[in-house]
Design a protein around this ligand. Structure first.
Ligand SMILES: Nc1nc2c(ncn2[C@@H]2O[C@H](COP(=O)(O)OP(=O)(O)OP(=O)(O)O)[C@@H](O)[C@H]2O)c(=O)[nH]1
Length: 364
């Protein structure tokens, strides 16, 4: 049995990523279907008996109106989920209305079933998940059987139609499964590439390059809206001697645990990155000097309170120094802020380590 490889937590991101191609394709299909409905409505008017033409045109107006409403709505609020559900709803209404029209026309289903059978197959080309497509298929089977019951063809034609329906069913499931697998594989691959490009493999924290990208955006935003922004720079104290005494593997665990401790003390909007060996930067949007100083002190204490069990009766403790800088009007780029935080960090080291140093309030 086919199983989705996308973890539930990643599903919204997967649907949103697919919206740009599969979602847009669905919208194009809805547009195309609406044009076809109009063209066939004119044809009904010209060739079908007056009464039947009125009925079929009235039925065609249903998916037309729905399609128009969906296009307007998805245009106004283009959310991924809404877009997909709009497309599935449209497909189901198309199937029901086409089956109803074919039930009205003499030999309707026998002569026209291609259009009806195309709906699930087109949907299968773009669907990001299987269950909605199975529902569309089930609707196709039920609607077709109802149309056949309403206007039964001769037994040979009935057998031929049902055989076509079975082929459409199998082909749609095949197309959907292969398309979904390919889309999920591509999504996970792109995600992996993005993770590799933005995260430090040892700790999982953002890397220096990605930090610079985010920091530039945040600094521009803070300057444009005249909002405060601060930067904390952490450097673990005497880290070389931890490596020398307990080995590199223990040093690595100390770095990972420090990053964990810091991350737990931050808000979701704060950005933490490992910017050097045992150097960690934290960008604090919407945070002025006083709040940054308070947070830095709390985080420094949290690291000093932490411990690592080396063996049954030996615990390792370590400390950190912190430099704090707050954005000034005269700062032109991230480097200005980084340089100031680095100077304060150096002062914290020189002042005896295990402390926080910020610029004076006047020259934050
Ligand atoms: N275990 C481990 N060590 C690292 C890693 N990256 C850098 N280091 C080590 O971290 C140490 C950094 O030491 P320094 O910054 O020179 O000085 P320190 O001992 O921390 O002393 P102060 O910063 O002055 O308190 C070096 O010995 C590096 O080899 C890493 O990923 N894992």
């Amino acid at each position: 049995m086919f199983r989705t490889t996308i973890p539930p937590a990643l599903m919204p991101a997967y649907l949103a990523a697919g919206m740009h191609n599969a979602g847009r394709a669905y919208i194009q299909c809805i547009r195309l279907a609406m044009v076809t409905l109009l063209v066939f409505g004119v044809r009904d008017w010209l060739v079908a008996p007056h009464e039947i033409a009125q009925q079929t045109i009235a039925i065609r107006c249903l998916p037309l109106a729905l399609g128009l409403a969906l296009l307007l709505r998805t245009h106004a609020r283009p959310g991924a989920r809404e877009l997909y559900w709009s497309a599935y709803l449209f497909m189901n209404v198309m199937i029901v209305s086409l089956a109803a029209i074919y039930a009205l026309l003499p030999n309707g289903l026998l002569l026209n079933h291609t259009a009806l059978f195309m709906v699930p197959m087109l949907g299968a080309l773009f669907t990001p998940t299987l269950p909605p497509m199975l529902f569309v298929l089930a609707n196709c089977v039920v609607s077709t059987q109802l149309a056949l019951w309403w206007q039964p063809p001769d037994p040979l034609a009935l057998a031929s139609l049902n055989a076509s329906l079975a082929i459409v069913f199998a082909f749609t499931v095949f197309l959907a499964l292969h398309g979904i697998r390919a889309r999920q594989h591509q999504f996970l691959l792109e995600r992996r590439l993005h993770e590799d490009a933005t995260r430090d493999p040892m700790t999982g924290a953002y890397n220096r390059r990605y930090f610079r990208d985010i920091a530039k955006t945040e600094i521009n935003r803070a300057k444009r809206h005249q909002r405060p922004l601060s930067l904390l720079l952490f450097d673990l104290d005497h880290f070389k001697s931890i490596n020398d005494r307990y080995g590199h593997a223990t040093g690595d665990r100390v770095i990972c645990q420090s990053i964990d401790t810091l991350q737990r003390g931050l808000r979701a909007s704060d950005v933490l990155a490992r910017v050097g060996g045992e150097e960690i930067a934290v960008l604090l949007p919407e945070t002025d000097r006083a709040a940054a100083l308070q947070l830095a002190e709390r985080l420094r204490e949290a690291i000093a309170d932490g411990q690592l069990a080396l063996n049954a009766d030996a615990l390792l403790h370590w400390q950190t120094s912190v430099g704090v800088a707050t954005l000034r009007d005269t700062d032109l780029q991230l480097e200005d802020l980084l340089a100031r935080a680095d100077t304060r960090l150096y002062e914290a080291k020189r002042g005896g380590r295990n402390r926080v140093v910020a610029s004076t309030a006047l020259a934050a």
